[in-house]
Design a protein around this ligand. Structure first.
Ligand code: SF4
Length: 218
């Protein structure tokens, strides 16, 4: 990471954290992925039940093994190999009573709004309601100027990239898989069904955003 870019990201993060606070959400900044990993582990209490949702950011940090090693921790993981679709759905439903949801956000605006696009909504639904605490790990590469930029980022980067990742495992047949561009399709296997913009939180600090100076996820 170039030093001037890291310096700029630190200053920008301080502004975003202030904006999150105005929206009754919390934030912290970690310059490196190692610091981010330590911060997430600090935010998850011993003995917590943690719901896992789709996030390449969290997987990239190697956090799941570290959480599993915490005393008394239990992970609700719908991606456990060998589960039937019904069993995975049951885990997702039970996840609404988890102590912590750990995932990322597709985009975050400079004024503190979290923007996500989901397919079955098993990721955005518990962000909105259920788990007592929501921890979102967000690389500064996902911070954008405003809502329009957030929508553009998700449609041009996050959604086509997620299609590329899931095409094989889920058998997706969407046009973005062919050319890497969103066509706002009406495909039966479309994974872009619900935009969710989180403007604030009724429960103060239920949502905690861990901003990371290094690029993470997509
Ligand atoms: S082409 Fe369809 S599935 Fe692909 S990113 Fe656009 S809306 Fe989503």
């Amino acid at each position: 990471m170039y030093a001037p870019l890291l310096e700029q990201r630190g200053k920008q993060a301080a502004h975003v954290i202030k904006q999150l606070g105005h929206r009754r959400m919390a934030g912290s900044y970690c310059a490196t992925v190692q610091e981010a990993k330590e911060e997430v582990l600090r935010l998850i209490p011993d003995g917590a039940t943690v719901l896992r949702c789709g996030s390449e950011t969290v997987v990239g940090l190697g956090l799941w093994d570290a959480i599993a090693a915490k005393p008394g921790a239990s992970i609700l993981n719908p991606y456990t190999p060998g589960l039937t679709p019904a069993e995975a759905l049951d885990i997702r439903r039970r996840g609404f009573s988890a102590d912590v949801l750990l995932t990322s956000s597709n985009a975050l605006t400079l004024d503190g709004r979290l923007v996500n696009l989901d397919g079955a909504c098993s990721r955005v639904a518990p962000m909105l309601f259920g788990p007592s605490k929501v921890v979102l790990v967000v690389g500064m590469n996902k911070v954008v100027g405003d809502l329009e930029a957030a929508y553009a980022r998700v449609r041009t980067v996050a959604a086509p990239a997620n299609n590329a990742r899931l095409a094989g495992p889920l058998g997706l047949k969407n046009p973005c898989i062919e050319d890497g561009r969103c066509h706002n399709c009406r495909s039966e296997t479309r994974i872009c069904n619900a935009w969710v913009v989180i403007e604030g939180s009724t429960v103060k600090d239920r949502i905690h955003v861990v901003l990371v100076g290094e690029d993470l996820g997509y």
